[in-house]
Write a protein that binds this ligand. Structure first.
Ligand SMILES: Cc1ncc(COP(=O)(O)O)c(C=O)c1O
Length: 490
């Protein structure tokens, strides 16, 4: 056998693939079982500069690993250094505990490698994505809507804002030089991807005007109106208002009805960043929280947050089908043959930044098909209820201060030590967090709001129980006391 034939035989050895695959599924199932039971640390923390020393090997010139070695490497080196998102002590970022069967769909997506730029390079991937987009649109209440799946909410926000800008002024071909200054009005709690989109679009991040929020972190409609009127008075175009449904720091929901009515009556594009909270649309119990979302022109909805998908899958939806084509324009005869509009609508890359795109719809389609809207709604209802429970535990604890009652499933609190200056109080919160995270007991985050640091928990792991919440609260209190003792004894 020639050397080349031998390489090929090894690379595409289906028996090896079959055996390794079965063993890998066993490994992952065992790992997930342990993680869900909380049988090991949620994180085996190592300083990155030290951990990085393991990954300094030279580029292998020839094979130095077989499939058994690969499995061992995964089992003993890679997986133990992961953040165990299924662990009940995961109170961290808005990262889903993925539904295991949907992860299998991602394996199908990887191995069948449907490029999806055009219908021909992914027929079922395209049709599945269109089906999922129709389902999500139906949940919003949009019958004539359309949209596309993207790799993440940041890219989805960029896509929606590009469409909004094109709606405000036709700048695609000639750029901004002849356009009036454009502004985006967004809550001061909007996600950084909004200001990043302004930077990418050449507007400059200063083009995003931060609108004040109330004590519950919700955008103030009066402040929005004042900023809008100021833009008009100074001859600036407001290309979009961005309302956030589930803002990142606190999970607060902007008042969508009031903002939507204002935008409609002033003919301003309303984009709702529902990356986090739009999933509440599936819940009979919670969808009223999003009343007014249907007034938006565009909406971002992340699957890999409260739809419990493996990353990444985000939807950018448009109330008006035609608007879903506004973000991009292209001339590429190698892809598009200028067929009639109906036929071309099956070529998805007209609407995305991506050309080659992963088959992202399959896992969402599978989740809806396997568990139905009602099943997914259970997860969302549970997450929101857990956050309320945790908030009430914090309120019942005089040494802890709760920032606000949760609108969704994020809560912020801090350990109160009234003897400390604001600066030392902030430092204490950070040290509490660093200490607990480094111990591998819990994962949670922190956020600075108006110069004050808060400990931030996202409740979205269905395996987190009240006992876990009590343990975290006890550990925060205990750590705060012992840190205070060490700093006074030094
Ligand atoms: C409100 C909001 N919008 C957008 C994003 C960005 O989403 P992604 O991380 O999927 O790019 C996030 C991420 O946390 C978010 O919370």
């Amino acid at each position: 056998m020639s050397q080349q034939a031998e390489w090929l035989r090894q690379m595409f050895d289906m028996e090896d693939f079959r055996h390794t695959g079965h063993a890998l599924i066993d490994l992952l199932a065992n790992q997930l079982t342990n993680d869900i039971k909380g049988q090991s640390n949620i994180l085996n923390w190592q300083e990155p500069q030290i951990a990085d020393q393991l990954w300094q090997q030279p580029l292998p010139e020839v094979s130095n690993l077989d499939s058994k070695g690969l499995l061992q490497w995964l089992q003993h080196t890679v997986i133990p250094r992961n953040l165990a998102v299924h662990h009940p002590h995961n109170f961290g970022h808005q990262i889903a505990t993925p539904l295991p069967l949907t992860a299998l769909c991602d394996l199908v997506a990887a191995l069948t490698n449907q490029a999806m730029a055009i219908y021909e390079t992914g027929p079922s991937a395209t049709l599945i994505e269109r089906q999922v987009i129709r389902w999500l649109n139906t949940a919003v209440g949009w019958n004539a809507g359309d949209g596309v799946l993207t790799s993440g909410g940041a890219q989805a926000n960029l896509t929606a804002l590009l469409a909004a800008r094109q709606h405000a002024a036709d700048v695609w071909q000639q750029g901004l030089q002849n356009a009036r200054p454009m502004r985006i009005l967004a809550s001061k709690f909007s996600h950084y991807s909004v200001s990043r989109a302004a930077g990418i679009m050449g507007l400059g991040t200063d083009a995003v005007i931060a609108i004040e929020v109330d004590a519950n972190g919700r955008m103030l409609p009066d402040a929005l109106q004042a900023a809008h009127e100021q833009c008009i008075a100074t001859n600036q175009i407001v290309m979009a208002v961005v309302a956030t449904a589930g803002c990142t720091p606190t999970g607060s929901l902007d008042p969508l009805q009031a903002i939507g009515e204002y935008c409609q009556s002033h003919s301003v594009w309303l984009h709702v960043d529902g990356a986090h909270g739009a999933s509440a649309l599936l819940s009979n119990q919670h969808k009223a929280l999003l009343k007014g979302i249907e007034l938006a022109d565009s909406l971002v909805w992340d699957g890999h947050k409260l739809l419990y998908m493996p990353a990444t899958v985000s939807a950018v939806l448009f109330r008006d089908k035609d608007a879903s084509y506004s973000a991009f324009a292209q001339d590429a005869s190698y892809l598009f043959q200028g067929n009639d509009a109906e036929a071309e609508s099956f070529n998805i890359s007209y609407r995305t930044l991506e050309c080659t795109k992963r088959m992202m719809g399959l896992k969402l389609w599978a989740a809806f098909s396997l568990y139905g809207r009602q099943g997914l709604a259970q997860l969302i209802d549970h997450a929101f209820a857990q956050a309320k429970k945790m908030a009430s535990k914090i309120l019942a604890n005089p040494q802890l201060e709760l920032l606000m009652l949760p609108d969704t499933n994020i809560i912020c609190f801090r350990y109160q030590d009234l003897t400390l200056s604001p600066e030392h109080g902030n430092r204490l919160q950070s040290r509490i967090r660093q200490h607990i995270v480094a111990s591998g007991s819990f994962h949670f985050t922190q956020v600075e709001i108006n110069g004050v640091i808060w400990l931030r928990c996202t409740l979205m792991n269905p395996f987190t129980s009240e006992v876990d919440m009590d343990e975290l609260i006890a550990m925060v209190r205990h750590t705060a006391t012992s840190l205070s003792e060490t700093s006074t004894s030094q």
